[in-house]
Design a protein around this ligand. Sequence first.
Ligand SMILES: [Zn+2]
Length: 148
Amino acid sequence: MFFRRAREDRAFREAQRAGFALLLRLQATQPWPDFSQQTAPAPAAGEAVAPDFLPPDLRVPSGQEVAGVMMRWLQPLVIDGDVRTCPECGAYRDWIVFCLRDDSVWLRCRAGHETKEPGLGAAWFNRHSGPVDRFHPTLEEGLRHLGH
Ligand SMILES: [Zn+2]
C-alpha cells in the first residue's frame, strides 16, 4: 500500500508541474547545436539521486554522461517583458526548454525549431524546473515523454 500511495503522490506532483526535468546522456544521437563541443563539467543540477528500487535505465547517470536537462513549458515564455516567439514559425507557447552542460538555454517549439535563448541560463532553469526525476537515454525519448 505504501508503494502504491507513493506512486500516486508522485503522479500528482508530476501532473502539477508544467513539465519534467529530464536528463539526457552525452552520447544521445540527436545533434544539438554545439553539442559536440560540450566539455565543461556538468552543473550541480545533474547530480540528482534516484531511489534504489528504480530500474537501472531510470537511474540518474553520472554527471559526465548527462548532456542536458529539459522541461516542458506550456504557457507563453516572458523574458524581460517580451513574449518569446519562434523565429521560424511564430509559435509562442508549448516549448521544450533545454539547459545544456555549458549552462546555455535553448527553446524548441512544437515544430522542432531550436533557438538559443541568451536571456536565460542555468540559474533560471533551475528556479523553474522541478527536481530531476527522470532520465532518458536519447533526446527523442525525452521529447516523446514530454508530449512533443
Ligand atoms: Zn518554430
